[in-house]
Design a protein. Structure first.
Length: 334
């Protein structure tokens, strides 16, 4: 089955072509970071307008690189939610119109399901079941994944997500938008032991997270120490956030009996998180799987892959709708 995948949930337009036999054939991505940087964050109206400008050229690029034409497509997948309503409508409109014109099925994909399944695109994918640490944008969750659509929520953030905490801390340190990568780069030059920051809910006995208190502690520290110590503050923050993520993830594996852990989402690209998690997981006999770095952020490849799994069992549906808010645990099994 040859599936076109379209991602347009926020500030990146992604298009990809996935074949259920040959794997990923081509993918293309356009990031709006430079445009939104001027405003210090994503402007929804501007994001929607830019998706309109990019989605057709990216689709043509993917078709050219893969050597396929529209008549070769067996189905189309698009991000149905969660995300920005206007941005989601661009991808949904494109996918539904194209599917109708070609008389092929289209399926809406949950954005987080795409992230969670993205490591399965690799040459050495994990087998089910596994625990997934989702650290994407405004989401931080731990899921037990028994199969496609068979997800059990183990824990989630009670306030700020890890990615939000990285971005907000970066703003406090004057690093601009997007802050996560810039903060990690700065932290690599700092001393994580110079300042002591809290590890929220580290010993709570459950698999939930909380990062708002850590962010507030950074605010207090910045006011006290000033930005001359920005690198050390960044390193201390990163060490605290990573310790919580690693501890909770490994506890979830132990509690569920899983020997495999998948890390997905933008924070999953953090080199400090990857190094510490891989080291501590190996000591406990747990195998850790990550997406390719280019697939940690939003992308069309993960939507094409998840859509291929869904389309294999889907019935014809002409419903046109997006879901800006959509709980991952409510999905049905494929």
């Amino acid at each position: 089955m040859l599936v076109l995948g379209i991602e347009s949930s926020c500030d990146e337009t992604g298009v990809a072509l996935y074949d259920s036999v040959r794997g990923l054939l081509a993918h293309a991505l356009y990031s709006q970071v430079a445009m939104h940087n001027e405003y210090g964050g994503v402007v929804p109206e501007l994001a929607s307008r830019d998706h309109i400008r990019r989605v057709l050229p990216l689709t043509r690029q993917v078709m050219s690189e893969s050597g396929h034409t529209l008549s070769d497509f067996d189905g189309i997948a698009y991000t149905q939610g969660p995300g920005l309503a206007g941005a989601l409508l661009v991808g949904a409109g494109m996918a539904r119109a194209l599917a109708f014109a070609l008389n092929i099925p289209a399926v809406g994909v949950h954005h987080l399901e795409g992230h969670m399944l993205s490591p399965l695109i690799s040459d050495a994918p994990p087998e089910f079941p596994f625990v997934a640490l989702l650290v994407s944008g405004g989401h931080t969750q731990l899921m037990l994944v028994s199969g496609v659509g068979r997800y059990t929520l183990l824990g989630e953030t009670l306030d700020d997500a890890a990615g939000e905490a990285f971005d907000k801390t970066a703003q406090l340190l004057g690093l601009g938008y997007p802050g996560g990568p810039a903060l990690s780069k700065l932290a690599a030059t700092g001393d994580a032991n110079r300042f002591s920051l809290p590890r929220p809910m580290l010993n709570s006995g459950d698999f939930d997270f909380s990062f708002s208190g850590l962010k507030t502690a950074v605010l207090t520290l910045v006011r006290k120490a000033g930005l001359t110590q920005a690198a050390d503050i960044a390193a201390a923050f990163q060490a605290a956030a990573v310790e919580v993520l690693v501890s909770k993830s490994l506890a979830a594996c132990k509690g569920s009996g899983a020997s495999r852990l998948v890390v997905a989402g933008g924070v999953g690209a953090n080199t400090h998180l990857r190094a510490q998690l891989t080291r501590e997981a190996a000591a406990r006999g747990i195998d850790v799987f990550y997406p390719r770095l280019e697939f940690c952020t939003d992308n069309g490849a993960m939507i094409a892959y998840a859509g291929a799994q869904r389309l294999a069992h889907a019935t014809r549906d002409l419903t046109f709708a997006v879901k800006p808010r959509w709980e991952l645990a409510t999905l049905d099994a494929a």
